[in-house]
Write a protein that binds this ligand. Structure first.
Ligand code: FES
Ligand code: FES
Length: 160
């Protein structure tokens, strides 16, 4: 059986052609082969959500996908949120609302929130609280994270 595959994957708008082993997870392809180390690995079992990225706009656990499954996909990682030195509204809100302490879980929460708000612009605080329960944060007790995402939902609604 062929052990390596040439895949084409677009990450944050940049096209990459990369040779990956069949057994390599997408998280490892992103981190080790392509250098997108903002995608964090906590459990590597699909539990913690630290590795959450967007695949064709949908949140996915990068530790539960093989790299070859991303062939032809558009991937977004936390590195794609900021515009140069300018943080995205979600990143700023996490900072302002103390939604991060050690920051290890933050990339996963940001990508989850980015996709969720795109689909649910009218989300209220209770819905946001429910959604973020899919990811684990060992530091903050979630309050700051929920406040940050709720602020951004309100601000985006006002701006639209
Ligand atoms: S590292 Fe993927 S869900 Fe924990
Ligand atoms: S900020 Fe430390 S795990 Fe969430």
């Amino acid at each position: 059986m062929k052990d390596q595959h040439l895949i084409n994957v677009t990450v944050n708008g940049a096209e990459h052609e990369v040779l990956v082993e069949s057994r390599r997870t997408l998280a490892d392809v992103l981190r080790h082969d392509l250098g997108y180390t903002g995608t964090h690995l906590g459990c590597e079992h699909g539990i913690c959500g630290a590795c959450t990225i967007l695949v064709d706009g949908t949140p996915a656990r990068a530790c539960l996908m093989f790299g070859v499954q991303a062939d032809g996909a558009e991937v977004r990682t936390v590195e794609g949120l900021a515009d140069g030195d300018r943080l995205s509204d979600l990143q700023e809100a996490f900072s302002r609302r103390h939604g991060l302490q050690c920051g290890f879980c933050t990339p996963g929460f940001l990508m989850l929130a980015e996709a969720y708000l795109a689909e649910n612009p009218a989300a209220d605080k209770e819905e946001i609280r429910d959604v973020v329960s899919s990811n684990l944060c060992r530091c903050t007790g979630y309050q700051g994270i929920v406040e940050a995402i709720t602020d951004v939902a309100a601000a985006r609604r006002e701006a639209s």
